[in-house]
Ligand binder design. Structure first.
Ligand code: G3P
Length: 269
């Protein structure tokens, strides 16, 4: 693991000299034993730990978000104009509802195409809640708006990213997240997962802090490939996240267990 990769994957906290270990903000609890393989000590006072890949849900369907959120599966939510249309809801109302439910970043997208108007819209969206990430398209105007939002401390998700060059610009404009669209690249016979890999390499080369938010995820394989590469975040429709639990051999094995159990004539309760 190179230095850059280590810096990206590991959080850090200074240990007070001779004091007890600090609480781990990632695990929300005491830091486990230093002998654990998940931990490493770098220097006498620097404790490092791995940051997990975050799961965002790509939908404005409040019921679907709630189901996954109740299971602790939701680290954030992404919406876009098409998803708002699909929800049939008012953007301000439904986004507020989502922000009240989910503590992580909730992306809400501007629809203006000129920077000045994007900024007006984005500031209105940001007023919905403190966990709004203003979503702007990866155009020159979008980058201009991104820079303005980032300078004022707003989270920004730069979306509709289809090339590594675009991702570099998003990072330089101060984006919190860049959203490369995997499925739409696959749709035109390009390799969406390869783009995630390229951006990971570039961001690690130069230690860009922008998080790679892999989007337009259509299947479980996209998610596992992103995890292998080290995408910071994946955003996927609820059905794809739920499909991660499926395996034909699980179904087959369970079926056999139940048949055999029935033959025993026993009951557990
Ligand atoms: O997060 C972006 C996503 O909503 C686009 O997905 O399937 O419409 O390409 P898709």
């Amino acid at each position: 693991m190179g230095v850059f990769l280590a810096e990206r994957l590991w959080g850090e906290a200074a240990l007070p000299p001779g004091g007890s270990a600090p609480l781990c903000p990632v695990l929300s609890g005491p830091i486990p034993s230093r002998q654990s393989p998940a931990f490493a000590l770098s220097g006498p006072q620097l404790l490092l730990w791995r940051l997990p890949m975050k799961f965002f849900v790509d939908t404005a369907d409040v019921a679907a978000i709630k189901e996954l959120n109740d299971l602790g599966m939701v680290d954030g939510v992404t919406t876009n104009p098409s998803l708002i249309l699909k929800s049939g809801r008012d953007i301000l109302e439904v986004t507020k509802e989502i922000c009240d439910m989910v503590s992580g970043p909730v992306s809400a997208e501007v629809v203006a195409t000129e920077a000045k108007d994007m900024i007006t819209e984005g500031l209105k969206l940001a007023k919905i809640a403190s966990n709004i990430a203003i979503k702007v398209p990866l155009t020159w105007d979008g980058l201009t708006a991104c820079k303005a939002f980032a300078s004022e401390g707003h989270m920004v998700n730069v979306t509709l990213c289809f090339s590594a060059a675009q991702a570099i610009l998003a990072a330089k404009a101060g984006a919190s997240f860049v959203s490369p669209f995997i499925g739409r690249l696959d749709d035109i016979n390009l390799d969406g997962v390869e783009l995630i890999d390229d951006i990971r390499t570039i961001y690690d080369n130069y230690d860009y802090k922008t998080e790679i938010l892999a989007a337009s995820i259509r299947n479980v394989n996209h998610i596992t490939e992103c995890a292998k590469i080290g995408a910071d975040v994946i955003t996927a429709p609820p059905a794809v996240i739920k499909a991660m639990a499926n395996h034909v051999l699980t179904d087959k094995g369970l079926d056999q267990f139940l048949k055999d159990w029935a033959k025993t004539g026993q009951k557990i309760v």
